[in-house]
Design a protein around this ligand. Sequence first.
Ligand code: HEM
Length: 504
Amino acid sequence: MTSINTFYGSIPIFSVTTILFFCVVFLLYLYGIQKPRDVPPGPNIYFPLLGNIPQLTGKDTMCLFRDWRTKYGDVFSVYLGHQLLVIINGYETIKEALVRRGSEFSERPANYLLDKIKNGEGVIFTSGPSWRKQRKLSLNFLQDLGFGRTSFEQNIKEEVQILLEMVLSTKGNPFDIKKMLRLCVSNVMCGIVFGKRFNHDDMKFLTIIHNFDEDSKALGNASVLMNCFPFLHYLPGDIFNSRMLMSHHEIFLEFFDEIYTAHEATLDRENIRDFMDMYILEMKEGLESGKENSYSKMQLAALVGDLFGAGTETTMTTMLWTILYLVYYPEIQEKCYQELENVIGLDQFPTMANKLELPYIEATIMESLRISNATPFAIPHAVLKDTIFKGKRIPRECSVLINLHSIFHDSRVFYKSEQFQPERFLDVDGKVHRPEEFIPFSTGRRMCLGEKVARMELFIFITAMIQKFRFLPQEGLPPPSLKGDLGITYTPQKFKIRAVPRNT
Ligand code: HEM
């Protein structure tokens, strides 16, 4: 028998392996029985230190969660490292948590990396009174600026016209539309927040856009890993990109600071130009009145970052998916085009006033929001205190994932859910019908605060593109894959398509 030599003599390898094997089994067992029995059920095998991370690594998380939902029910849990993650599935259960018990489920969990970057400021990753104040203020400002009303349309129209010219310049050759969409959608947000747009060759603007793109790819994994193992941040090198994220934040703050200084110097109380003016004014009035308020320049920087982060990636990704599905289903693209041709013709620029007259296009966008589902797990929620939900305890410090994907890909809710069928959102009279379960912007107190502007952008961008171009796969190739990558959003893999002008 093979053996190894030790200080005490020789031990057969066989017994070393056996001892190691039993140690591992014992550790697994120990770790397994340490999971409290009163928390939601979940896979029974836990790896010491890693929890269920090995089972999740390299898998299609959405499929895995679907299987675990079948096995463990609408509320199940997994361990990420030593941290419990509760996943809530299905429309009724999600509604129960976010709406009926919204006051308990509207917190955000602590997150090592994000807390380090955001310093507890802004709206997306904050909780309690500070979040409530910043959210209310943002909603009021956006409302006053005409959020979701026609005054935004001019802003959007300007960007769409630039996009159409860029697409035209590709002359029917294969191209990557993502970069163009990103610049234009980001500029819509710049108009709202800074009252200005940037040229597409402005290096500072390009750097910020590029960094946001990199961050959205890195943030998902980095924030989960750093949260479980904060020491990773201090390892040499930057394998998990945490230092890159922090340095991008510094660059963003410099960019913000320049615009802030210019706004402060030219602020005119009688002529408020944008979100930033509104915030600065509110801050100054608070200071002048001597009343305590939580508005500050750093809060504003965090808010602006949040609006960009939450508003650009999601909207652009949904547009990308919509174009991809139109390429995949040319008959649906043609039906959209026919509707447009019949209702507003080919020369008039589409506006929100046309939305009611174009139900098939609206239904196509809704179907894209449903099937592609750019934010399948919303943004992690948390509970105020240990909470009993569906007979199980959800501990205060754990993260709660809202599995929106479990609603949209359930054929009991959306018939033949894996098929792209805009008709599911039309009633017998051909008018748009919005089922209660259609909640791509989530629901309850934390629901997306940019839904109106997102829907406006989606409608105008998509309609104008369908009006001017026929989108096709590359010559001789099948349409690009409908498989996506899950990061902070669920995005299509890199693809190229052709856009052939309709008037040729
Ligand atoms: C198609 C586009 C969009 C989709 C699918 C989308 C979806 C979502 C979802 C699912 C959430 C999480 C809600 C939750 O935690 O339960 C969210 C939050 C948020 N969204 Fe959007 N969103 C979109 C566009 C926008 C835009 C354009 C803006 C900004 C103008 C925006 C700003 C925000 C903010 C600030 C939050 C955090 C709200 C909070 O924590 O209180 N979103 N969004």
